[in-house]
Design a protein around this ligand. Structure first.
Ligand code: HEM
Length: 418
């Protein structure tokens, strides 16, 4: 008997579980109905759709025959099974599956940002997918804790069987880094070698890696999108950069007056030094030359105009037009933070398993190498974190006229030729 997919979904409107779990195994076996607390017997009704309709089974749909037969413990092959090796394999495989999903989401978001016109509805989708990546990254950072239930001695029992295999060779991990926007020149090198060298003999993997370096990363696309923020160009009707600079100047003037009125000379000196520091910091956001020299030193990443766009979105986040863009910026920071948390948890795990001086199976200095990857070099959206330095109290914000807000609504989601 064959039933169309449409009919099957009508019969089984819940539809989430492909095998129709929760229904009696065999409809021909008539069990005595058991009354539930409410007295209803509906819970026992139904048929086994998969069997009756010769439909797709849970295992076939998920190709579990492939996934569940891929846990080959090397310790078992070489003599005696070491219990914890099974967990070690499963956890790495689970990571790789989640990496795959993250790549899938990031690729789809990059595709949306590559469009010239981004409809507002699509921005909702971007936000949803970024949120999903945030949730997965949270899960990945926590998952390290499961492996911490293994002791260093348990690990020692099968570590030799790993031979030269190492997480350092995870192609998907590198693809995630590159697709987000980690730059080759920011990477920590070990043994004076490039991270690509591990793929020397693997043509297809190397090709994928090179492509991920060359294609526009999420960072590149977000930067381009931020540059569309109205008011960040001197030629715009409402020039945010100019009115923001005026607001900063009046804040600085006021605080200088307060400092000059301070009667205690020691306090005055401290306040004056902090004032000078603040003034210098602010000048880095108005002076393109200073900004560019920070970029050259690797302390800033976003272009001058894109940084102003991000700042404007953060300052005016309560304006309805900036709600979605502000959420996007928040999610990007969350992703960066959670990957850093994963790195930290992983480094702690490695120190627990290997100590601080044992080399890794991949050949690095192990803990020492991994600790150096905790630096800001790997934070893609570093500038968004540092924006807080430039936020000003609400009462000093230059007001946005209704006219400007209207213009903005049209600008943010459409291309602007700069
Ligand atoms: C007992 C558990 C683990 C130990 C002792 C360990 C050890 C190491 C070491 C020593 C390195 C440095 C490269 C090398 O010389 O091999 C490394 C890198 C790496 N490991 Fe692990 N690892 C463990 C678990 C995991 C897990 C569960 C994952 C999840 C996918 C993972 C993913 C990675 C990645 C992606 C790198 C490259 C990091 C980078 O270069 O920034 N590791 N691991």
């Amino acid at each position: 008997m064959s039933v169309s997919d449409k009919t099957r979904s009508l019969l089984n409107p819940g539809g989430g579980c492909p095998a129709g779990y929760g229904r009696p195994k065999d409809d021909s076996v008539k069990e005595k109905p058991v009354k539930s607390g409410s007295g209803s017997t509906n819970e026992q009704e139904g048929i086994n759709l998969m069997v009756e309709t010769n439909g797709l089974s849970y295992g076939d749909y998920l190709q579990l025959d492939k996934i569940l037969t891929a846990q080959t413990c090397q310790s078992e092959i070489h003599g005696e099974l070491v219990h914890d090796e099974h967990l070690f394999i499963v956890i790495h495989q689970a990571y790789e599956l989640w990496f795959k999903q993250v790549i899938f989401e990031i690729d789809s978001i990059r595709k949306i940002f590559q469009q010239d016109i981004i409809e507002e509805a699509l921005m909702l989708e971007v936000n949803k997918r970024l949120q999903r990546v945030v949730m997965i990254a949270k899960h990945l950072a926590d998952q390290v804790l499961i492996l911490e239930t293994m002791t260093p001695l348990d690990f020692m029992d099968f570590r030799d069987h790993l031979s030269t295999a190492s997480g350092f060779q995870s192609l998907q991990f590198r693809l995630i880094e590159n697709k987000l926007g980690v730059k080759s020149e920011h990477r920590v090198r070990y043994n004076r070698s490039n991270y690509r060298d591990v793929y020397k003999e693997k043509e297809k993997e190397l090709e994928q890696l090179m492509k991920s370096e060359e294609d526009p990363s999420l960072f590149d696309l977000i930067e381009r999108w931020l540059m569309r923020t109205p008011g960040t160009n001197v030629n715009d009707d409402f020039c945010f950069s100019k009115s923001y600079q005026d607001a900063i100047n009046s804040i600085l003037e006021e605080s200088l007056k307060d400092i000059e009125n301070e009667s205690n000379p020691k306090v005055r000196e401290v306040l004056l030094n902090s004032y000078k520091k603040k003034k210098e910091q602010y000048s880095s956001i108005f002076d393109q030359e200073k900004h560019d020299s920070l970029i050259a030193r690797g302390e800033r990443r976003l272009s001058f105009q894109a940084l102003h766009g991000a700042l404007m979105i953060s300052l005016y986040r309560e304006e309805p037009i900036f709600h979605l863009p502000h959420q996007v910026l928040q999610s990007l920071m969350d992703i960066d933070s959670l990957i850093t948390k994963w790195r930290y948890n992983h480094v702690m795990l490695v120190q627990r398993m290997l100590g601080s001086s044992q080399i890794g199976t991949g050949g690095s200095s192990g803990y020492q190498y991994l600790r150096s990857t905790l630096s800001e070099r790997y934070k893609v959206f570093l500038d968004l974190f540092n924006l807080s330095t430039f936020l000003i109290p609400r009462q000093f914000l230059p007001p946005l006229t209704k006219e400007v807000t209207k213009i903005m609504a049209g600008y943010l989601y459409t291309p602007v030729q700069r």
